[in-house]
Design a protein around this ligand. Structure first.
Ligand SMILES: C[S@@+](CC[C@H](N)C(=O)[O-])C[C@H]1O[C@@H](n2cnc3c(N)ncnc32)[C@H](O)[C@@H]1O
Length: 216
């Protein structure tokens, strides 16, 4: 990835450094509240049993495994080889591939569903139209996107996480602005859910979950 834009290099470098610590801290954390579990179940019902789905920015692959357990034909993709090594180790029966969500190694119209669960949060705002155009490209007409992110406007900079010499910006976004960008890209917004921060998880901002559909 020698020609990767700076933000992709920074994201990959950050997650390569923290992957083991991240996976340990979030051990067993998949769809951690009843609301998130309900959203995943609703998503699985929308795309249908056995549907071909990609977990984009899959990290350690726990949501990939959750989606597989819900009956979907899912694979994970991530920038970070260290994250992928954990995903493969923890989920030997599932497929994980290295790549960027902004340039997916997939043909047009091949997925019934795409999930981006807290993985668009490192993409600068001016790159979001490219990201959403790429999600749209790989979905079949009528295909479904599920997007999760922290709500807000000020980015949070993580410096020296777990003592590693890396830094990365975590962008928070206003849900209605993300919804507008999805609509501009050609999606139909199907639902927008915002839940309040849960102190039990150390959250300080609301969490947003958008369902969008490619026009059929
Ligand atoms: C906050 S973690 C979330 C991981 C996982 N979705 C979860 O919920 O546990 C963000 C992940 O997105 C990946 N990521 C960020 N930008 C990406 C991109 N452009 N292409 C592929 N993966 C990306 C990172 O490498 C990292 O593993």
């Amino acid at each position: 990835m020698t020609d990767a834009p700076d933000f992709l290099t920074a994201t990959r470098t950050f997650y390569d450094a923290v992957a083991e610590d991240y996976a340990e801290q979030f051990q067993g954390v998949t769809a951690r509240t009843p609301l998130e579990r309900a959203l995943f179940s609703a998503y699985a019902e929308l795309v249908g049993p056995g549907a071909s789905v990609a977990d984009l920015g899959c990290g350690p692959g726990r949501n990939t495994a959750h989606l597989a357990a819900l009956g979907l034909s899912v694979f994970g993709l991530d920038l970070s080889e260290s994250m992928l090594a954990i995903a493969r180790r923890e989920n030997p029966g599932l497929r994980f591939e290295q790549g960027s969500m902004l340039d997916l190694p997939l043909a047009d119209g091949t997925l019934a569903g795409a999930v981006s669960w807290y993985s668009s949060i490192h993409t600068p705002v001016d790159e979001l139209p490219t990201l959403f155009a790429e999600f749209l490209r790989v979905l079949v007409p009528g295909g479904h996107l599920l997007l999760a992110f922290q709500a807000g406007d000020a980015p949070r900079r993580h410096e020296r996480p777990w003592g590693h010499e890396v830094t990365l910006d975590f962008h928070r976004r206003r849900p209605h602005e993300m919804a507008q960008l999805l609509t501009d890209a050609g999606f139909l917004l199907r639902s927008s859910t915002v839940r309040e921060p849960d102190e039990a998880f150390g959250e300080t901002v609301a969490q947003a979950f958008l369902f969008a559909q490619k026009k059929g």
